[in-house]
Design a binder for this molecule. Structure first.
Ligand SMILES: Nc1nc2c(c(=O)[nH]1)N[C@H]1C(S)=C(S)[C@@H](COP(=O)(O)OP(=O)(O)OC[C@H]3O[C@@H](n4cnc5c(N)ncnc54)[C@H](O)[C@@H]3O)O[C@H]1N2
Ligand code: MOO
Length: 432
């Protein structure tokens, strides 16, 4: 993909105060990534049913008022508030036909008169208030109701109160949610201008990896990272290019990187970014592109490669994630997710944090950010939120992630946690 506009790593590094690739705080790495990646920017018209989770490319300016006219919020009687008796029951004569949603409004009632009206029907001229039918007594062609139950304007929906003509109903950069799709439909839009889906290629590296369906040879493990990555990327709404497991062999790695750079906007690999002897991944990355190898002050997820890979004129952003399965997920949430959203054209929104009390002490040294896996639940008495860890927190223990419903975010400067201390938790359901 063409990412000719990417800045150089050196120019970005010069903007990060005290940049040290061997001891990079999480916030500095996040800042670095945000400064490096650029929006892909191509726009296409997409039908509403395909637009969920996609990124809006232009403001959607409302061409009409919704609702188009003042109308009734209740089944009942439309009346002029000037006919309401201030301190005594009001009696009005019912005239004309009934006003139905979608029908022509009946003629304006005269003084002391009202009109039968249904929810959604346009208000007859001169009427500004609707009496719900259950609040009145009907006596022949008259209705009467008690003083004080209606204020002027009650149960009337004003033209444009949902969406006003000429206003931006949805802003460019929005990741479309179900209500947004409904808004576009209520404005009569069959299609929306969206940024094209980001293309993200990914592969796993490591000779010990076997794919599901293959026999598990001695000393080998099944490749789980490709599946968690596939799932996280699918939730993020990008187009996924699964390039499989690549052997720890320079020729195979080079072919995979070049293929990925020619077809994708971003490449995610897992494994081979630490200091092991058999790893060719780092050398191949460095040869094919511009790549920084970081040691991040975090746990899990210390080693990570970041930069871009070239194939001729094509260039793709590279995230070389550590191999341990929990480290893959944590570095994805800490760095990759926001970067991919930014590349896809989305306006960044900070993740909501839940404040919860620690159920038990947690060991933590200042000087690194930790993402522990936790189960957050309401106290039995319905009071504070409380969080407990999901057992062993090793970065190979994927169960710790699967059992959790949130990441416990232990900040860089934070020290040991005592039971009852307040903690920040990123609830999983808000992540994607
Ligand atoms: N001497 C040092 N050793 C290690 C360091 C270090 O700083 N000094 N860092 C450790 C940390 S922290 C991590 S994380 C890992 C990262 O190493 P790599 O990115 O090179 O990853 P690998 O060695 O290839 O794999 C690590 C681990 O994860 C398993 N793995 C890898 N890929 C997959 C996959 N697709 N599915 C399931 N499991 C996978 C792999 O078998 C290893 O067990 O390095 C530490 N060592
Ligand atoms: O980067 Mo590692 O995940 O802490 O084992």
């Amino acid at each position: 993909m063409d990412q000719a506009t990417l800045p150089s790593l050196d120019s970005v590094a010069s903007c990060i105060g005290g940049y040290d690739p061997n001891a990079l705080p999480v916030t500095a790495a996040q800042d670095f990534v945000a400064r490096y990646v650029t929006r892909v920017g191509e726009v296409e018209a997409v039908g509403l049913r395909e637009a969920l989770g996609r990124v809006l490319a232009q403001d959607l300016v409302s061409p009409i008022n919704v609702p188009a006219q003042d109308n009734s919020a209740m089944d009942g009687y439309a009346l002029a508030s000037s006919d309401l008796a201030p301190d005594a029951p009001t009696t009005l004569r019912v005239v004309g036909g009934s006003a139905f949603a979608g029908g022509a409004p009946p003629a304006a009632p005269g003084r002391g008169e009202c009109v039968r009206i249904m929810t959604g029907a346009v208000m007859p001229a001169g009427c500004d208030t609707v009496l719900p039918q259950e609040f009145c007594r009907v006596d022949g062609e008259y209705i009467s109701f008690a003083a004080g139950i209606l204020k002027p304007g009650d149960n009337r929906r004003l033209a444009g109160e949902d969406l006003a003509r000429g206003e931006a109903a949805l802003q460019a950069g929005r990741v479309l949610r179900p209500a947004d799709i409904g808004i576009a439909a209520s404005l009569g839009q069959a299609t929306l201008p969206l940024f094209r889906k980001l293309r993200v290629a990914f592969f796993s590296t490591g000779d010990e990896l076997r794919s599901v369906g293959q026999p598990l040879d001695p000393g080998c493990v099944y490749d789980s990272n490709r599946y968690t990555l596939h799932a996280m990327l699918t939730r993020l709404g990008v187009e996924v290019l699964d390039l499989g497991v690549v052997r720890d062999d320079p020729v195979a790695l080079e072919a995979a990187f070049l293929d990925a750079a020619s077809r994708a906007d971003a490449i995610i690999t897992s494994g081979g970014v630490s200091v092991g002897e058999a790893d060719h991944t780092k050398q191949v990355m460095a040869r094919l592109g511009e790549v920084a190898f970081w040691t991040i002050a975090m746990r899990p997820g210390r080693p990570m490669a970041f930069g871009s890979i070239r194939n001729g004129a094509a260039r793709a952003v590279l995230f070389g994630l550590p191999g341990n399965p929990v480290a893959v997920m944590v570095t994805f949430y800490a760095f990759v997710r926001a970067a991919l959203l930014q590349m896809a054209g989305a306006t960044p929104a900070p993740l909501p944090l839940l404040r919860a009390r620690a159920a038990a002490p947690i060991r933590k040294k200042p000087g690194r950010t930790e993402y522990q896996r936790g189960i957050v639940e309401r106290d039995a008495d319905g009071g504070d939120w409380r969080v407990r860890l999901t057992g062993g927190q090793g970065s190979g223990i994927l169960r710790s992630m699967s059992q959790a419903n949130g990441l416990v975010l232990l900040h860089h400067a934070q020290g040991a946690v005592a039971a009852g201390d307040w903690l920040d938790v990123v609830p999983f359901d808000s992540l994607i």
